[in-house]
Design a protein around this ligand. Structure first.
Ligand code: DX5
Ligand code: ZN
Length: 222
């Protein structure tokens, strides 16, 4: 059985057919559903908030991986947990008191994740690794779906995998942005545990088959 997780990003779904898109995710081999919350301040774009997360929760049978691309995320951690988030990820760049924010997430019972922008070095998390359930390496500049994968992310995946191994940390290594069948395998080889994929899944002719193909990528070389 493959151990990596696939998390389709709802951002690329057809929002006029949200129920059907979530039903497809439920039927598929996806492990999590990734939800991109944007506030128009931390990132230039605005998407949705806890109202939609709560509605998705009522339909979705898979864990909800909520990626907060918002300033002062501490103010909304409780609300997103109440709305049904299973994983809550805040940005390192948005949190001057990251240790406090991470523990606030853990106290709600959700898994605590921290995301790093493409230019942020992984070493900034060195002294927090043992408290984290997930680290999300952004492989595009956050704000929009459908962007090109930034290849400088690849050495960061390798470096973070090494740091997690040395620290004996069980934190999951997630990569987010510009991922599809063309680069998923190299990311898994580099040490990724969770791949987020938006447009490559929802824009595919057959999204369910694409999820199955991403999930089936062999890891026996690891
Ligand atoms: C970008 C978001 C990503 C995005 C991924 O700000 O965090 O999760 O939805 O979309 P694709 O796979 O299309 O790059
Ligand atoms: Zn995301």
């Amino acid at each position: 059985m493959p151990k990596h997780k696939i998390a389709p990003s709802l951002l690329a779904a057809d929002f006029t057919r949200l129920g059907e898109e979530i039903a497809m995710v439920n039927r598929s081999e996806a492990d999590w559903l990734h939800l991109d919350v944007m506030d128009g301040r931390f990132v230039p774009n605005i998407t949705f908030g806890m109202f939609i997360v709560e509605a998705v929760r009522r339909l979705c049978t898979k864990p909800l991986d909520v990626h907060l691309m918002i300033v002062e995320p501490e103010r909304y951690v409780e609300a997103f947990r109440k709305a049904g988030a299973d994983v809550i990820t805040v940005h390192y760049e948005a949190c001057p008191h990251l240790h406090r924010a991470v523990h606030q997430i853990k106290e709600t019972g959700a898994m605590a994740g921290v995301a790093l922008n493409p230019h942020t070095p992984v070493v900034v998390l060195e002294n927090l690794l043992e408290d984290l359930d997930l680290v999300c390496l952004m492989s595009v500049n956050p704000g929009f779906g459908g962007q090109k994968f930034i290849y400088q992310t690849l050495p960061k995946v390798r470096q973070l995998r090494q740091m997690l191994t040395v620290a004996n940390s069980p934190a999951l290594l997630e990569v987010d942005g510009g991922i599809g069948l063309q680069n998923a395998e190299v990311l898994l080889r580099a040490g990724a545990d969770v791949l987020v994929a938006g447009s490559s899944v929802f824009g595919a002719q057959n999204p369910e088959a694409t999820l199955a193909a991403l999930k089936a990528l062999n890891e026996t070389w690891l």
